[in-house]
Write a protein that binds this ligand. Structure first.
Ligand code: KIV
Length: 272
């Protein structure tokens, strides 16, 4: 069906740093099955995340906390069958990274299911987890700012780093996860000027979600991009690309283009 497409080079972890160095924006979306992964891969998406957001948009839970390692491994294996060039990233779900050994077990299962990298939330003791995984040849994407697995402590899904102390902690954590060996950093719900400062100081590429246009790339949850009502409040940073697109392929391609030309996210979809 796609035989007319020119062959593209498959993404590797070192290519992420090349893209940042060359000023090429990284385009990331979530997918949880083979057909959507293929639609993303065919329409210009560089990284596909099997996020634990699947707990909310696929399984119908109120948070990501009920998601298990088995769930992530199952959906990673499904998505992997649809991927040909994108880098597949699997989320370590709640408490799968509670110790380095647990994280290693979960990460190995994710890689064996087809992922090329695992993502985990937070800094603090997670720095040891990142180091432990990276030393064992497992590429890691860090995730700071609003970390949805911290929803009980945070008391909801709120913008992070608003006051100077919280901003300083975020800046320090961003440096620390890179020093621990992470290859990529997701910044979620962070005021745009802070995300821009973190990105400028960072030695690894940043991917924003509700973190302004100055990050090195952008990610959205697929259901949000397609305007699907998953029964949760729609955050300000979400844009329905299907509304103007007419087809799923066009919506994904429009997102990829808007990320690459810097027009998404605009001020309407960012926090000042
Ligand atoms: O689980 C997920 O989909 C995520 C993205 C929102 C970054 O972590």
């Amino acid at each position: 069906m796609y035989a007319d497409r020119p062959a593209r080079k498959a993404w590797t972890v070192p290519m992420l740093a090349d893209a940042r160095r060359e000023g090429r924006k990284l385009v990331m979306l979530t997918a949880y099955d083979a057909s959507f992964a293929r639609a993303l891969d065919d329409n210009g998406v560089d990284l596909i995340l099997v996020g634990d957001s699947l707990g909310m948009v696929v399984q119908g839970h109120q948070s990501t906390l009920p998601v298990s390692v088995d769930d992530i491994v199952y959906h990673t294996a499904c998505a992997a069958r649809g991927v040909s060039t994108a880098l597949l990233v699997a989320d370590l779900p709640f408490q799968a990274d509670a110790s380095p050994e647990r994280a290693l077990d979960a990460a190995v299962r994710c890689l064996q299911a087809g992922a090329g990298m695992v993502k985990l939330e937070g800094a603090g003791f997670k720095l040891d987890v990142i180091r432990f995984l990276v030393e064992r040849e497992i590429p890691v994407c860090a995730h700071l700012g609003l970390t949805p697995q911290s929803v009980l402590r945070l008391g909801g899904y709120k913008v992070q780093g608003r006051d100077e102390r919280a901003a300083a902690t975020l800046r320090d954590d961003a440096v620390a996860v890179a020093e621990a060996g992470a290859s990529l950093l997701v910044l979620e719900c962070v005021p745009s000027p802070l995300a821009a400062a973190i990105t400028a100081a960072s030695s690894i590429p940043t991917i924003g979600i509700g973190a302004g246009a100055q990050c090195d790339g952008q990610v959205l949850v697929l259901h949000d991009l397609l305007g699907i009502n998953s029964g949760h409040r729609r955050p300000k940073f979400v844009k329905d690309f299907l509304a103007d697109g007419g087809s799923i392929a066009a919506a994904v391609a429009a997102f990829a283009e808007a990320v690459r030309d810097g027009s998404f996210p605009d001020a309407e979809h960012s926090y000042g």
